[in-house]
Design a protein around this ligand. Sequence first.
Ligand SMILES: O=P(O)(O)O[C@@H]1C[C@H](O)[C@@H](CO)O1
Ligand SMILES: Nc1nc2[nH]cnc2c(=O)[nH]1
Length: 250
Amino acid sequence: MIKDPEIFRYVDIPNFPKSTVRGHAGRLVFGTLKGKPCVCMQGRFHLYEGYAIQKITLPMRVFKLMGVQTMIMTNAAGGLNQDFKVGDVMIIKDHINMPGFAGANPLCGPNEDRFGVRFPCMSDAYDRELRRQALAVGAELGFSDFLKEGVYCVLGGPSFETIAECRMLHLLGADAVGMSTVHEVIVARHAGMRCFALSLISNKAVMDYESAERANHEEVLETGRQRAVQLEKLVSTLVGRVEQYNNHCC
Ligand SMILES: O=P(O)(O)O[C@@H]1C[C@H](O)[C@@H](CO)O1
Ligand SMILES: Nc1nc2[nH]cnc2c(=O)[nH]1
């Protein structure tokens, strides 16, 4: 997918965290996608790996310093919205930062004024124009049947949710639940980068005490393999249409 790739392993980059999750290659790939210069993370970092929240989000500041303007993220998530099916792709329109309620926010500590303000706004965290373009691209590609929009809730993991937790998150207005993305979006938005994110609904959150279904990482990986081609097509077509973005207002 990336043309003329230059690949760096995380383990070879000083102070960079290392990927510990099965399915996350742990490499930075530089190159071009549809003629646009880009850098891709093959594997991101999570609270459950034991990293400090500031370490998880360090790549966002590295990217900002490199001149990256737009962040596109993907994740796997459990579907809470009862209209969602396994294999659906949800464009994230907003998030619920559950660890943030308990004080785990990547911007805690002294503010880094060279990146952004002390109290950044999050009501426009997920760029409206990119979401609109993604829906249009999805329709052109014939993906409308499985392309949805919704609210992503992040938890710390690594345990999947209990039935009572899933019911609570659903009542709170979350459409999908996962263990990543939000911390990075907060740091990227703080630094004035534009964000777009997709959740692959890799499993249905279990809401019923009679259900025999059990969340498991194998199902998450398998759904990822099954939707990989369409996700690549959606993201690369969108990237091809992304215009220069300069946000000087942070
Ligand atoms: O794409 P991410 O890493 O958010 O995927 C979720 C969270 C865990 O890494 C994994 C659990 O199966 O899926
Ligand atoms: N927290 C959480 N993360 C996930 N990642 C993929 N599926 C799930 C899920 O059901 N819950």
